[in-house]
Design a protein around this ligand. Structure first.
Ligand SMILES: CC(C)(COP(=O)(O)OP(=O)(O)OC[C@H]1O[C@@H](n2cnc3c(N)ncnc32)[C@H](O)[C@@H]1OP(=O)(O)O)[C@@H](O)C(=O)NCCC(=O)NCCS
Length: 222
């Protein structure tokens, strides 16, 4: 079978999980890693660091490879990186990854560059935006609509018809009851249960979740 070459941006723990999914995916082959903070030539993920994002146009040309996946766990940084790479390489094709042990409904839609990890379930009619991250054993129920770059952490659960704004985060083990909406870059903290909509940039904790403060999209949460 013909294998498509893929470049991965990032080389940390999250990248190791994505590399594993890639190795399990028929038809895909990791050919190199891009990292702004590591030396070219350093071994990484069974291949090596080939350069920084600025080097991507040259690397893509040399390897005749246009497929790229972003191994950056932080939602806002992943979205910023996608925009930066698109401005450098107008022919980039964002590779999405689906673990073979994930369940994806036949009519669910998965955006470019999205990643769906082991044990995750994405149910009927769900729409997963570009560069979204559906983590290990997360559940996205029927007809949910996830904005670009949003994420559901390990074991997180979205009831039916939930809407996540761009970059919104449902942290590990958190739940959102059906038909609610989390605004852009809102953060539902680990273990929390949302029973009301959350405004954009809100941080909400506990059961039932209460908004404790507002955040900047770029701040650390991992
Ligand atoms: C939301 C989160 C970033 C913490 O929010 P924060 O506003 O930075 O909270 P702080 O750490 O400053 O703590 C403030 C208070 O909230 C409490 N708190 C923090 N996180 C909490 C949570 N998830 N649930 C309940 N209380 C929490 C702290 O104990 C602290 O209480 P105190 O003032 O009585 O000491 C964190 O809980 C979280 O969910 N991180 C994401 C984890 C994740 O999903 N990782 C993915 C791994 S793949």
């Amino acid at each position: 079978m013909r294998q498509e070459s893929v470049l991965m941006v990032g080389s940390g723990g999250h990248a190791r999980v994505l590399a594993d999914i890639l190795h399990l995916s028929n038809g895909l082959r990791l050919v190199g890693v891009i990292d702004d903070f590591e030396m070219a030539g350093t071994p990484a993920l069974g291949v090596e660091i080939l350069g920084t994002c600025e080097d991507l146009p040259r690397i893509m040309r040399q390897l005749e490879c246009c497929r790229v996946v972003l191994a950056v766990g932080h939602n806002a940084r992943r979205l910023d990186l996608a925009a930066r790479i698109e401005s450098l390489c107008n022919d980039v094709v964002w590779q999405s990854l689906l673990h073979p042990a994930a369940v994806l409904a036949g009519d669910a839609v998965v955006g470019e560059g999205a990643v769906i990890m082991a044990g995750a379930i994405v149910n009927a009619g769900a729409q997963i935006g570009r560069h979204c991250l559906i983590n290990t054993s997360a559940i996205v129920e029927h007809d949910c609509k996830l904005g670009d770059g949003s994420s559901v952490g390990p074991g997180g659960v979205l009831g039916g018809n939930v809407r996540l704004g761009v970059g919104a985060i449902v942290a590990l083990g958190a739940g959102v009851i059906n038909a609610l909406e989390l605004g852009e870059h809102a953060l539902l903290g680990a273990g929390a249960t949302a029973v009301r909509d959350l405004p954009a940039y809100a941080v909400a904790l506990g059961v039932p979740a209460r908004t404790t403060r507002f955040r900047d999209a770029g701040e650390e949460y991992l």
